[in-house]
Design a protein around this ligand. Structure first.
Ligand code: G3P
Ligand code: CA
Length: 243
């Protein structure tokens, strides 16, 4: 059985503010196999790494990412909400991230945050950035919005894509595959042997979020899931040694 890959969810987001350089740096030091990042677009259509559509929760600003230019976004404090230790953190652009990440021996999951705001052309913009940095062969692009997956598959049918879902449905793996997905990323409560078997039958990878408890890790490792997303990659790396 192949080992289950560990992706640091928004970086090592238990130890540092999510989707910031310290969180990514700690993820790379944890021994995790990969990093998961969330992408939204600014008003001037620059891809930036932030989970929410609105900057309120994770910065000292308010309002939607798409209302502000990168220049404004960059001035926000993206760390103090977590701890004053991180008050010098700013929102990271995809470009800054890739310049750093491409030298790391790790895999990447880029989540397109298109489930609330369907940013026009985000698929092309992100694809071009990944291609420029020669990252396509170790990146899986995911989204809760199936249109984004289908668009990405149309841009390049060889790109790895993942339909993200927390909703149970009949023949989920087959459904995702028919819509251009090469893998499924599911919420933990959807995970069972049957789903994994269906993924295997459809030649799909299965990764599971968000796995922070040892008992959840145990189930994922025992079943042989292809990957997990965790806020505590350092703990997951230690725990996986037992399997
Ligand atoms: O990709 C797994 C996970 O990141 C999806 O949920 O809300 O944490 O982006 P969320
Ligand atoms: Ca995410």
């Amino acid at each position: 059985m192949k080992k289950t890959l560990i992706y640091a969810h928004r970086g090592a987001s238990k130890l540092a503010p999510e989707n910031t350089m310290p969180a990514y740096q700690l993820a790379s030091e944890s021994g995790a196999d990969g990093i998961e990042i969330d992408v939204q677009l600014t008003k001037d259509r620059i891809p930036v790494l932030i989970h929410d559509e609105n900057v309120r929760r994770t910065t000292n600003g308010t309002g939607f990412v798409q209302e502000y230019t990168l220049d404004y976004i960059k001035k926000l404090d993206a760390g103090s909400w977590f701890s004053t230790k991180f008050s010098d953190c700013s929102i990271v652009t995809l470009e800054e991230f890739l310049c750093w990440f491409k030298f790391k021996p790790m895999v990447l999951n880029v989540e397109l945050k298109t489930n609330v705001i369907e940013y026009k052309e985000i698929e092309n913009i992100v694809y071009e950035a990944l291609a420029k940095h020669r990252m396509l062969n170790r990146t899986v692009i995911s989204s809760f919005n199936l249109n984004s997956i289908t668009r990405m598959h149309e841009i390049n049918p060889n790109v790895q894509t993942a339909f993200l879902t927390s909703t149970k449905r009949q023949n989920l793996a087959k459904f995702a595959k028919e819509n251009g997905s090469t893998s499924l990323h599911v919420k933990y409560r959807l995970l069972d042997k049957k789903l994994l078997k269906n993924c295997r039958r459809n030649d799909m990878s299965l990764r599971v979020y968000t796995i922070n408890r040892p008992s959840y890790m145990e189930k994922c490792f025992n079943l042989g899931c292809d990957g997990i997303f965790t806020d505590v990659p350092h703990e997951a790396v230690e725990y996986r040694k037992k399997f």
